[in-house]
Design a protein around this ligand. Structure first.
Ligand SMILES: Nc1ncnc2c1ncn2[C@@H]1O[C@H](COP(=O)(O)OP(=O)(O)O)[C@@H](O)[C@H]1O
Ligand SMILES: Nc1ccn([C@H]2C[C@H](O)[C@@H](COP(=O)(O)OP(=O)(O)O)O2)c(=O)n1
Length: 306
């Protein structure tokens, strides 16, 4: 049915419009914001609640960064070489309903799990490594690389539409097909006609504490796993993680690079709804967005005043 089919075209003839994905899909939600503001977890929960597809555009830039590191490409000297590699690479983002208990900071909401495949290799963990964090904003600032990534975004948007209803659908009666995509330029450049644009923000300290908590939980899980194996091998001990202050400085440095770059910088789209979640619970922010979306779909809100 035409109603459910994504039809995407790039307007390559129109200079500054060339990065747009002109989506004829039924409902697109763009979620942008600074690092660790909650975009990905929120977008996944919103996609699950509404039965839409989900694409984490940052993970594509992270795959590009991993390719640069693995191939010793100096991004200052040879961005074109990296763009060529990305053009040849196959990136796949798989979303499946969560199998584990929700994290304590996410309340009752189970957030779907995302697996990122680069040329069929699961790189979900590797693309979150500190070396990738440090280089990714630089990689994302290059125009030829952004163009190569756009190509992948377009392909993924097409397949996300087709998996959306069977992979994530839950309590989504009456909701049309569509996709939730998060990143930095989704509402401003990639989907300028998105039906709903959200700019998610939180204080740098709140964001750093959340990242630190994440690392702490991962460390505890790794320790428990090692203890269960009875291993005392110091080589397999998880690495120490940085202080909250150091994480905050790194997040701010990346935000500065993302806001001040020339091509598709991080900006609040003029028609975006800004949600500062410094003092919101995860459920509040997710249900605020799903109710806004339902309202724009012509459906009754489910959660009312939060
Ligand atoms: N309102 C909230 N309260 C507490 N923690 C939150 C909230 N929203 C998101 N988080 C947590 O913040 C961390 C960063 O979220 P994430 O979705 O990875 O952000 P981003 O995609 O913007 O980098 C995650 O651990 C997530 O569970
Ligand atoms: N649409 C996008 C998405 C991400 N980027 C860049 C900018 C970010 O610093 C990196 C990594 O993005 P990602 O969303 O994975 O980062 P965080 O989860 O917020 O730490 O990619 C971008 O330029 N445009």
């Amino acid at each position: 049915m035409l109603f459910n089919r994504a039809r995407i075209a790039s307007r390559s003839l129109f200079g500054s419009l060339r990065h747009q994905l002109v989506a004829r899909r039924d409902f697109t939600i763009a979620i942008d914001g600074p690092a660790a503001s909650g975009k990905s977890s929120t977008a996944r929960a919103v996609a699950q609640e509404l039965g839409l597809g989900y694409i984490d555009s940052g993970s594509i830039y992270r795959c590009a960064t991993l390719l640069a590191l693995r191939n010793n490409i100096d991004i200052n000297e040879s961005a074109g070489d990296l763009a060529a590699l990305i053009n040849k690479a196959k990136v796949d983002i798989r979303v499946r309903p969560s199998t584990s208990r929700p994290a304590p900071n996410l309340g009752r909401l189970a957030v779907p799990e995302v697996q990122v495949l680069l040329d069929n290799e699961d790189v979900s963990k590797e693309i979150r490594a500190p070396e990738v964090n440090q280089l990714v904003a630089k990689v994302a600032s290059d125009r030829s690389i952004r163009e190569a990534v756009l190509h992948i975004q377009r392909q993924l948007a097409e397949s996300a539409e087709s998996i959306s209803t069977n992979a994530l659908s839950k309590n989504a009666e009456g909701v049309p097909g569509g996709v939730v995509m998060d990143g930095r330029d989704i509402g401003t450049t990639i989907f300028p006609n998105a039906e709903l644009k959200i700019y998610l923000d939180a204080s740098a300290m709140a964001r750093a504490i959340r990242r630190w908590d994440e690392m702490n939980n991962q460390m505890k899980e790794a320790n428990a796993l090692q203890a269960a194996k009875g291993s005392s091998d110091s080589d397999s001990a998880p690495a120490a993680y940085p202080s909250v202050e150091k994480i905050a400085r790194e997040l701010e440095a990346r935000d500065y690079a993302d806001i001040n770059r020339e091509h598709s910088p991080l900006r609040i789209a003029k028609d975006a709804v800004v949600i500062d979640n410094t003092n919101l619970t995860f459920e509040q922010q997710v249900y605020t967005i799903t109710d806004l979306a339902r309202e724009r779909m012509g459906l009754a809100p489910k959660h009312g005043d939060l």
